[in-house]
Design a protein around this ligand. Structure first.
Ligand SMILES: [Zn+2]
Ligand SMILES: [Zn+2]
Length: 104
């Protein structure tokens, strides 16, 4: 479980709905969090999977963690994994890959 900046963010990111499995399909879902990239985004309900990345929390105003998207791709490359063609290891599906880097 990731600790978010404030309770409002935590409850928004973890909103679970009985009617929609995917947050992108649910009108109640406002903010998405990508654990593997450590990115927060405002969900755009246009029927697709788009979101706008945000740098600050809309509720408490704190700066959100820096995006790890570039590092994610760098680390996979370092391991010789092509994220488009190869199977991405389980720890790279969420924030666990970051924890393993910290131990190095
Ligand atoms: Zn819903
Ligand atoms: Zn916040």
């Amino acid at each position: 479980m990731t600790n978010h900046c404030c309770e409002a963010m935590t409850s928004r990111v973890n909103v679970r709905c009985d009617q929609h499995d995917a947050p992108f399909a649910c009108p109640d879902a406002l903010v998405g969090f990508s654990p593997k990239f450590q990115e927060y985004g405002l969900i755009i309900h246009d029927g697709g999977n788009s979101s706008i990345t945000i740098d600050f929390c809309p509720w408490c105003g704190r700066r959100l963690p820096e995006s790890q998207r570039d590092r994610w791709f760098d680390e996979l490359e370092r391991r010789g994994i092509d994220p488009w063609d190869d199977e991405v290891p389980a720890e790279f599906q969420d924030e666990r890959w970051l924890a393993s880097l910290r131990q190095e």
